[in-house]
Design a protein around this ligand. Structure first.
Ligand code: NI
Ligand code: MN
Length: 228
Protein backbone atom coordinates (compact mmCIF):
# COMPACT_ATOMS: atom_id res chain seq x y z
CA UNK A 1 0.00 0.00 0.00
CA UNK A 2 1.24 3.47 -0.85
CA UNK A 3 2.46 5.71 1.95
CA UNK A 4 2.61 9.47 1.38
CA UNK A 5 5.38 11.52 2.96
CA UNK A 6 4.90 15.28 3.02
CA UNK A 7 7.65 17.65 4.14
CA UNK A 8 6.36 20.61 6.11
CA UNK A 9 9.81 22.24 6.21
CA UNK A 10 12.81 21.71 8.53
CA UNK A 11 12.42 18.23 10.14
CA UNK A 12 8.62 18.21 10.09
CA UNK A 13 6.98 15.41 8.12
CA UNK A 14 3.45 14.10 7.80
CA UNK A 15 3.52 10.37 6.97
CA UNK A 16 0.14 9.15 5.75
CA UNK A 17 -0.98 5.58 5.24
CA UNK A 18 -3.45 3.61 7.37
CA UNK A 19 -2.57 6.23 10.00
CA UNK A 20 -1.40 9.82 9.81
CA UNK A 21 1.84 10.22 11.75
CA UNK A 22 3.24 13.71 12.30
CA UNK A 23 6.95 13.90 13.16
CA UNK A 24 8.64 16.90 14.84
CA UNK A 25 5.82 19.40 14.26
CA UNK A 26 7.75 22.68 14.19
CA UNK A 27 5.26 24.80 12.26
CA UNK A 28 4.80 28.09 14.13
CA UNK A 29 7.96 30.12 13.50
CA UNK A 30 9.16 27.76 10.77
CA UNK A 31 9.75 30.04 7.77
CA UNK A 32 9.32 27.15 5.29
CA UNK A 33 6.11 25.61 6.71
CA UNK A 34 3.35 25.54 4.05
CA UNK A 35 0.54 25.14 6.59
CA UNK A 36 -0.62 26.57 9.92
CA UNK A 37 -0.40 24.48 13.10
CA UNK A 38 -4.19 24.97 13.53
CA UNK A 39 -4.84 23.22 10.19
CA UNK A 40 -2.71 20.10 10.62
CA UNK A 41 -4.56 16.78 11.07
CA UNK A 42 -2.96 13.56 12.32
CA UNK A 43 -3.57 10.46 14.47
CA UNK A 44 -0.31 10.46 16.43
CA UNK A 45 2.69 12.77 16.88
CA UNK A 46 6.33 11.65 17.27
CA UNK A 47 8.92 14.03 18.73
CA UNK A 48 12.62 13.14 18.38
CA UNK A 49 13.96 15.49 21.10
CA UNK A 50 13.17 18.51 23.22
CA UNK A 51 14.69 21.32 21.12
CA UNK A 52 12.15 23.96 20.12
CA UNK A 53 12.59 23.31 16.39
CA UNK A 54 11.37 19.70 16.96
CA UNK A 55 8.95 19.80 19.91
CA UNK A 56 7.45 22.83 18.16
CA UNK A 57 3.64 22.80 18.15
CA UNK A 58 3.34 19.20 19.38
CA UNK A 59 1.52 20.08 22.61
CA UNK A 60 -1.14 22.42 21.14
CA UNK A 61 -1.77 20.08 18.16
CA UNK A 62 -2.07 17.04 20.46
CA UNK A 63 -4.53 18.91 22.70
CA UNK A 64 -6.63 20.19 19.78
CA UNK A 65 -6.90 16.75 18.13
CA UNK A 66 -6.87 14.59 21.27
CA UNK A 67 -4.00 12.50 19.89
CA UNK A 68 -0.95 11.17 21.76
CA UNK A 69 2.62 12.44 21.52
CA UNK A 70 5.26 9.68 21.40
CA UNK A 71 8.62 10.72 22.85
CA UNK A 72 11.45 9.52 25.05
CA UNK A 73 10.29 8.97 28.65
CA UNK A 74 11.53 12.26 30.19
CA UNK A 75 10.18 14.37 27.32
CA UNK A 76 6.85 12.48 27.50
CA UNK A 77 6.65 13.36 31.22
CA UNK A 78 7.16 17.04 30.37
CA UNK A 79 4.49 16.87 27.64
CA UNK A 80 1.92 15.19 29.87
CA UNK A 81 2.75 17.77 32.56
CA UNK A 82 1.69 20.42 30.04
CA UNK A 83 -1.70 18.71 29.66
CA UNK A 84 -1.32 16.68 26.46
CA UNK A 85 -1.57 12.90 26.15
CA UNK A 86 1.93 11.40 25.92
CA UNK A 87 3.42 7.95 25.47
CA UNK A 88 6.93 7.58 26.86
CA UNK A 89 9.35 5.06 25.40
CA UNK A 90 13.07 4.57 25.03
CA UNK A 91 15.79 3.30 22.70
CA UNK A 92 15.31 -0.16 21.30
CA UNK A 93 11.64 -0.25 22.24
CA UNK A 94 8.72 -0.47 19.86
CA UNK A 95 5.27 0.97 20.39
CA UNK A 96 2.87 -1.41 18.67
CA UNK A 97 -0.17 0.51 17.52
CA UNK A 98 -3.12 -0.99 15.67
CA UNK A 99 -2.02 0.19 12.22
CA UNK A 100 1.63 1.10 12.70
CA UNK A 101 4.62 0.43 14.88
CA UNK A 102 7.04 3.05 16.10
CA UNK A 103 10.56 2.12 17.25
CA UNK A 104 12.84 4.58 19.00
CA UNK A 105 16.53 4.52 18.11
CA UNK A 106 19.42 6.67 19.41
CA UNK A 107 20.75 9.87 17.87
CA UNK A 108 24.05 11.64 18.62
CA UNK A 109 22.94 15.12 19.61
CA UNK A 110 21.77 17.03 22.70
CA UNK A 111 18.32 17.80 24.04
CA UNK A 112 16.68 20.01 26.68
CA UNK A 113 13.79 22.42 26.83
CA UNK A 114 14.08 26.13 27.58
CA UNK A 115 11.04 27.64 29.23
CA UNK A 116 10.87 31.16 30.68
CA UNK A 117 14.67 31.23 30.88
CA UNK A 118 14.86 27.89 32.72
CA UNK A 119 16.42 24.71 31.39
CA UNK A 120 14.32 21.58 31.70
CA UNK A 121 15.68 18.08 31.08
CA UNK A 122 14.22 16.70 27.88
CA UNK A 123 15.79 13.24 28.09
CA UNK A 124 18.11 11.98 25.38
CA UNK A 125 17.64 12.76 21.69
CA UNK A 126 16.51 9.99 19.36
CA UNK A 127 15.17 9.02 15.99
CA UNK A 128 12.21 6.88 14.91
CA UNK A 129 11.71 3.83 12.75
CA UNK A 130 8.10 3.89 11.57
CA UNK A 131 6.54 0.77 10.04
CA UNK A 132 3.18 1.03 8.35
CA UNK A 133 1.43 -0.65 5.42
CA UNK A 134 4.51 -2.75 4.60
CA UNK A 135 6.93 0.20 4.53
CA UNK A 136 9.67 1.08 7.03
CA UNK A 137 10.73 4.70 7.27
CA UNK A 138 13.59 6.07 9.39
CA UNK A 139 13.47 9.65 10.65
CA UNK A 140 16.93 10.29 12.09
CA UNK A 141 16.04 13.39 14.14
CA UNK A 142 19.05 15.65 14.68
CA UNK A 143 22.23 13.62 14.68
CA UNK A 144 25.84 13.33 13.67
CA UNK A 145 26.95 10.30 11.72
CA UNK A 146 27.38 7.35 14.08
CA UNK A 147 28.44 3.84 13.26
CA UNK A 148 25.40 2.21 14.90
CA UNK A 149 23.49 3.39 11.83
CA UNK A 150 24.85 0.11 10.43
CA UNK A 151 22.97 -1.70 13.20
CA UNK A 152 19.81 0.32 12.50
CA UNK A 153 20.12 -0.75 8.85
CA UNK A 154 20.70 -4.39 9.77
CA UNK A 155 17.89 -4.60 12.34
CA UNK A 156 15.17 -2.45 10.81
CA UNK A 157 16.01 -2.47 7.08
CA UNK A 158 14.50 0.96 6.38
CA UNK A 159 13.39 1.60 2.84
CA UNK A 160 13.31 5.40 3.17
CA UNK A 161 15.41 7.63 5.44
CA UNK A 162 14.96 11.27 6.34
CA UNK A 163 18.46 12.52 7.15
CA UNK A 164 19.54 15.96 8.38
CA UNK A 165 22.10 17.65 6.09
CA UNK A 166 22.26 21.24 7.40
CA UNK A 167 25.68 20.86 9.07
CA UNK A 168 26.54 22.98 12.16
CA UNK A 169 24.07 21.04 14.39
CA UNK A 170 23.91 17.77 12.44
CA UNK A 171 25.35 15.80 9.54
CA UNK A 172 26.16 17.50 6.25
CA UNK A 173 25.65 16.12 2.72
CA UNK A 174 28.94 14.18 2.84
CA UNK A 175 28.34 12.48 6.21
CA UNK A 176 24.69 11.90 5.26
CA UNK A 177 25.88 10.08 2.13
CA UNK A 178 27.89 7.72 4.36
CA UNK A 179 24.83 7.29 6.63
CA UNK A 180 22.74 6.34 3.59
CA UNK A 181 25.22 3.61 2.66
CA UNK A 182 25.46 2.28 6.22
CA UNK A 183 21.66 2.21 6.51
CA UNK A 184 21.34 0.46 3.16
CA UNK A 185 18.34 2.62 2.20
CA UNK A 186 17.03 2.99 -1.36
CA UNK A 187 15.52 6.44 -0.88
CA UNK A 188 16.81 9.45 1.05
CA UNK A 189 14.84 12.57 1.84
CA UNK A 190 17.16 15.32 3.14
CA UNK A 191 15.90 17.58 5.96
CA UNK A 192 17.04 20.18 8.52
CA UNK A 193 18.63 22.49 5.91
CA UNK A 194 17.90 25.93 4.40
CA UNK A 195 15.46 26.85 7.16
CA UNK A 196 17.82 29.65 8.18
CA UNK A 197 21.22 30.86 6.85
CA UNK A 198 23.41 28.92 9.38
CA UNK A 199 22.15 25.60 7.97
CA UNK A 200 22.25 26.54 4.29
CA UNK A 201 23.16 23.52 2.14
CA UNK A 202 22.64 22.32 -1.42
CA UNK A 203 20.79 18.96 -1.38
CA UNK A 204 22.04 18.38 -4.94
CA UNK A 205 25.45 17.69 -3.35
CA UNK A 206 23.94 14.69 -1.54
CA UNK A 207 22.30 13.53 -4.77
CA UNK A 208 25.64 13.67 -6.61
CA UNK A 209 27.43 11.77 -3.83
CA UNK A 210 24.83 8.98 -3.88
CA UNK A 211 24.52 8.71 -7.64
CA UNK A 212 24.07 5.06 -8.62
CA UNK A 213 23.74 4.05 -4.94
CA UNK A 214 20.45 5.53 -3.67
CA UNK A 215 17.72 7.90 -4.84
CA UNK A 216 17.70 11.32 -3.24
CA UNK A 217 14.28 12.93 -3.34
CA UNK A 218 14.58 16.66 -2.72
CA UNK A 219 11.34 17.52 -0.96
CA UNK A 220 9.17 20.56 -1.64
CA UNK A 221 7.17 21.76 1.40
CA UNK A 222 3.54 20.65 1.12
CA UNK A 223 4.09 18.34 -1.88
CA UNK A 224 3.53 14.66 -0.99
CA UNK A 225 6.11 12.04 -2.00
CA UNK A 226 4.50 8.68 -2.76
CA UNK A 227 6.33 5.58 -1.53
CA UNK A 228 4.90 2.67 -3.55
NI1 NI B 1 18.24 19.65 17.98
MN1 MN C 1 17.18 20.84 15.19
Amino acid sequence: MTVKITWLGHSTFLIEGSERILVDPFITGNPTAPIKAEDVECDVICVTHGHADHLGDAIPIAKRLGVPVVAIYELAQYISGRGAEAVGMNFGGTLHREKSSITMVPAFHSSGITEAGFKIDGGLPGGFGISMDGHTIYHAGDTSLFSDMKLIGELHKPEVAMLPIGDLYTMNPYTASIAAEWLGVKTIIPMHYNTWPPIKQDPEDLRRMLEGKADVIIPIPGHPIAIE
